[in-house]
Ligand binder design. Structure first.
Ligand code: NAD
Length: 436
């Protein structure tokens, strides 16, 4: 066991550290506004009973946190996981505010979580749990109020149940925009399923094209290791592979597989669908998730849980570039270690913002019951991700050449992205005028 003991992994403490690091570069930010921006606007904790398939009754706890609504209705995924805590959901809601601000999507930040182990539940149980959770939140949700989306261990089916429940409780309205990430036949957007992963690729390509890593100006030929093989990780494997990258390793909750010659994502996907895991695929070496993170590769793409790169393993990361498909995969201590080692980290609020961007497009289409085609949606999203990547890179360059006083030396990309987002939210708050 390596020395990660001293690191405080409390999600709220981490989000505050990240905020404070950035906020000191935001000029004229008043103390009271800092306090407001650091805290969630609203925290809902709900407990409810559900009848299980064996006639027993089980109690579940869920959270829905709204952090900020300065730019519009709050937006954020709902995750189902046994380790979900209120603190984690609060920190993820904040991340959504900064993400939407960074890509100029007119939503505020929210997040939801339900403490449950999806793998131990039947589909009928999941449906009852989801319906009850949605009904407990009742008027907290709404097409112009708070709009959920998929996250860890939730997907199109979960979103369909949330929509149906909300629609039953609010008859007589076009309720489609109450939730995004819906199945296509229920008003989902073409390209939403692929959006987060495509966004990871677009941000990476744009970043590399700026030439900061001279020997690597595009993803073709790059050796890529991906942690997580779900909605983000598996689709990212396809997206990077299509552009000529070599996917040397992928993983899921059961372990990781490695092939120096490169994996075929379609073959891995087929194997996982049949066997339940990527582990065991013929002609691959089984390694641990820890070993995957420390592989000698060009791009490391965490696309699973938070806190995966921390004080205990950051010194062993060998990738030249970390691309954060997951939310919060890198702790502040790891950020500092990676920065000192010259390893660039493209932050979650930029890299995985393709998901919320296309969720916004789904919401727009739902207002008028239209459906755009895949290319239209994806190209609009690409433009937004490119613009946000350029904004971060350009601002970072200005810090480097000293046009702005960076205070503690060269900031990392996370800090710069947060500076831009905090400035935008703070400015909009003041433009609206503090109520009353
Ligand atoms: P998912 O449930 O579809 O997939 C999660 C993957 O992580 C699965 O392959 C699972 O096996 C793997 N995993 C779980 N525990 C693991 C462990 N201990 N070690 C390694 N792998 C493990 O979830 P997702 O939607 O792909 O979300 C993944 C991450 O991306 C999360 O951090 C989420 O917040 C973030 N994210 C998702 C979206 C989206 O549109 N789905 C958008 C933005 C950010």
């Amino acid at each position: 066991m390596k020395s990660e003991a001293a690191e405080n992994l409390d999600p709220i403490a981490i989000s505050e550290q990240q905020f404070d690091r950035a906020a000191r570069h935001v000029k004229g930010l008043k103390r009271g506004l800092v306090d407001f921006l650091k805290k969630p606007k609203r925290v809902n904790i709900v407990n409810f009973p559900v009848e299980m398939d064996d006639d027993s009754v089980q109690s579940f706890q869920g959270y829905r946190v709204v952090h900020n609504r300065v730019f519009g209705p709050s937006k954020g995924g709902i995750r189902y996981h046994p380790d979900v805590t209120m603190e984690e959901v609060v920190s993820l809601a904040k991340l959504m505010t900064w993400k939407c601000a960074l890509v100029n999507v007119p939503f505020g930040g929210a997040k939801g979580g339900l403490v449950c182990d999806v793998k131990a539940l039947s589909e009928r149980e999941l449906r009852r749990i989801t319906r009850r959770f949605t009904s407990e939140l009742f008027d907290e949700l709404g097409p112009h109020q708070d709009i959920p989306a998929p996250d860890l261990y939730t997907g199109e089916q979960t979103m369909a149940w949330i929509f149906d429940t909300y629609d039953k409780l609010h008859p007589g309205f076009n309720n489609r925009p109450v939730v995004t990430g819906k199945p296509i036949e229920m008003g989902g957007a073409y390209g939403r399923r692929e959006a987060t992963a495509n966004g990871c690729l677009f941000a990476t390509e744009r970043f590399l094209s700026r030439g900061l890593i001279p020997e690597r100006t595009d993803v073709a030929g790059a050796r890529v290791a991906i942690q997580g093989f779900g909605d983000v990780g598996a689709v990212a494997a396809h997206a990077f592979h299509r552009q000529g990258a070599k996917i040397v390793a992928v993983s899921d909750s059961k372990g990781a597989i490695y092939d120096a010659n490169g994996l075929d994502p379609a073959v891995v996907e087929e194997f996982k669908a049949a066997s339940g895991s990527v582990v065991g695929l013929a002609d691959t070496m089984t390694i641990t998730n820890q070993e995957l993170l420390e592989l000698d590769c060009d791009i490391l793409l965490p696309a699973a849980l938070g806190d995966q790169i921390h004080a205990g393993n950051a010194a062993d990361i060998k990738a030249g570039l970390v691309v954060e498909g997951a939310n919060n995969p890198t702790t502040p201590a790891a950020d500092r270690i990676l920065q000192a080692r010259g390893i660039y980290v493209l932050p979650d609020i930029l890299v995985n913002a393709g998901g919320v961007t296309v969720s916004y497009y789904e919401w727009v289409q739902n207002q008028v019951n239209e459906q755009w085609d895949y290319d239209t949606t994806t190209e609009k999203m690409r433009a937004k991700i490119h613009a946000a990547t350029d904004a971060v890179f350009d601002r970072w360059e200005r810090f480097v050449v000293g046009e702005e006083d960076s205070g503690d030396g060269r900031p990392d990309f996370r800090t710069v992205a947060l500076v831009i987002a905090i400035e935008r939210v703070a400015h909009a708050t003041l433009m609206r005028g503090i109520w009353p």
